[in-house]
Design a protein around this ligand. Structure first.
Ligand code: MTE
Length: 321
């Protein structure tokens, strides 16, 4: 983000394994365990693959075939070891430090303009929802992309549970704050906790998805366990991790990166190859796990689902700011 590591997206060719996940997930999961055991990747990166998670029985969730990717899935080991999670460090190799995050007990608060504010434990919340798997592409503002099998539930189901009042126009989301486990939060120049926001219309769009699992099992901590957002038509920084609070409000929330540098990280942050980041082009992206660079698509290729929400904003920086 602010600190750009030159060619930080480069992945050794040896990590670009052939993709067999889609064909046989169960076999792949077994295989992933043995890769870790064989020393291909530290076991710790696979920490979420064990059965200790109280919701492990819900995975793998049934795939929703509506969401097509036309690209290979990013190998799990690439994804597990290349992350943005500034709470645990401002570089990509946070998978070890992120294991310090306790993800049970975990409570999620719903407040602001709702019928009745409440708190709910993550396991109760997950079991109230019907999990499904969706294959989504993720386009980071840093011009790299991945394709991930997320498991979770539509955000509109969560909004329905929250019962917002009609005056609520936005939902503001917040990550945990605990500098004793997340040392990155000791960096006082960042406005912790991490905050993101969507309009209610965006939050109830069928693509907006709350993620609880990945690669057919509960999500690893580095992905933002136990609850993270996926809005694939928006740049990756909107995909807030490890959420503890949803606040419904009539005021547009100021998101973390917007508070750090509004000129570079806007509220809308819709993927748009024509709107350059002030310091680099967004015209193309590096596909992680491969040596391929592909053209970036408007709304990351998800225009059929979301373009109607941004009528009149098409060719302006307003799709971004
Ligand atoms: N959420 C929190 N709480 N902290 C972060 O630093 N980084 C964001 C987003 N969510 C971030 C976050 C950015 S910049 C990206 S690109 C994605 O998470 C990366 O998700 P991944 O690590 O699963 O690829």
């Amino acid at each position: 983000m602010l600190i750009k590591i030159a060619n930080g997206w480069e992945i050794p060719e040896s990590l670009a394994t052939p993709e067999d996940v889609m064909l046989n997930r169960r076999a792949f999961l077994a295989g992933a365990g043995s890769i870790a055991a064989a020393g291909g990747l530290p076991d710790i990166a696979f920490a979420a693959a064990d059965n200790a998670d109280p919701t492990a029985d819900l995975y793998p969730a049934k795939r929703n075939p509506k969401f097509k990717i036309a690209r290979e899935l990013t190998p799990e080991k690439v994804n597990l070891t290349y992350n943005n999670f500034y709470e645990f460090g401002s570089h990509k190799k946070i998978y070890k430090t992120a294991q310090a995050l306790p993800i049970r007990p975990w409570e999620v608060v719903f407040d602001g303009d709702v019928e009745k504010p409440f708190k709910i434990g993550i396991d109760e919340l997950i079991r109230k929802m019907t999990l499904q798997e969706r294959l989504y592409r993720l386009r980071c503002v840093e011009a790299w992309s991945m394709t991930i099998p997320w498991s979770g539930f539509p955000m509109k189901d969560l909004v329905a549970l929250a019962k917002p009042l009609s005056k609520a126009k936005y939902v503001r989301m917040e990550t945990f704050k605990d500098p004793s486990v997340a040392r990155g939060q000791k960096a006082a120049w960042y406005p912790w906790p991490y905050v993101e926001g969507l309009t209610i219309q965006e939050a109830t769009n069928e693509l907006a998805f709350l993620v609880t699992g990945a690669y057919g099992k509960p999500m690893a901590k580095q992905f933002g366990a136990p609850l993270r957002l996926a809005v694939p038509w928006k740049y990756g920084f909107k995909h807030i991790k490890s959420i503890v609070r949803f606040t419904f409000t009539d005021k547009r929330p100021k998101s973390f990166w917007e508070a750090v540098q509004a000129r570079e990280y806007g509220f809308w942050a819709n993927v748009n190859p024509k709107v350059s980041h002030p310091r680099w082009s967004q015209a193309s992206e590096r596909v992680l796990g491969t040596d391929v660079r592909v053209p970036t698509q408007i709304f990351n290729g998800y225009g059929e689902f979301v373009a109607h929400m941004y009528k009149g904003m098409e060719d302006e920086r307003s799709t971004w700011m």
